[in-house]
Design a protein around this ligand. Structure first.
Ligand code: FES
Ligand code: FES
Length: 144
């Protein structure tokens, strides 16, 4: 199916040409999370200033789904307010539950829609977004 091919291309593009991969060389907020199913791990760094995600980077090893999802997630949240980033995370959860969700503000994410048919793969795709939630929680704890 043409659409599937397109989606696969988008996923492979993020996997082979990752955006925001490699950590900052400073002490920006850092969170680590692993996928309990396979043990793969992601490290996420966020620079949050004035309630906005100024920058985000990640490192880790994992399958193409998890790594491309991390690339998309970091790219999509950069420059957004914390609320907007959490809204994206919420929409991603709904996408993984099989809902039709609009990602006009970062269309590449829609390429992961088909993943919802494979429960083990949902964990792969969701890893980066769970790391984002954990990072924002951590940030709010440090500044409250
Ligand atoms: Fe099996 Fe990710 S846990 S593909
Ligand atoms: Fe480990 Fe996908 S198989 S994150």
């Amino acid at each position: 199916m043409q659409l599937d091919d397109l989606y696969r291309r988008v996923i492979m593009d993020h996997y082979k040409n990752p955006r925001n991969r490699g950590l900052f060389e400073d002490d920006s907020l850092k969170v680590e999370l692993n996928n309990p199913t396979c043990g793969d791990r992601i490290t996420l760094q966020l620079k949050v200033e004035d309630g906005r995600v100024k920058d985000a980077r990640y490192a880790g090893e994992g399958c193409s789904i998890s790594m491309s999802s991390a690339s998309m997630m970091t790219e999509s949240v950069k420059g957004r307010t914390v609320e907007e980033a959490l809204d994206l995370a919420g929409r991603f959860s709904r996408l993984m539950q099989g809902e039709e969700v609009n990602f006009d503000d970062y269309e590449d994410i829609e390429a992961l829609a088909g993943v919802n048919k494979f429960p083990a793969r949902i964990k792969c795709a969701t890893l980066a977004w769970n790391a984002l939630r954990k990072g924002i929680d951590e940030e709010e704890r440090q500044h409250s």
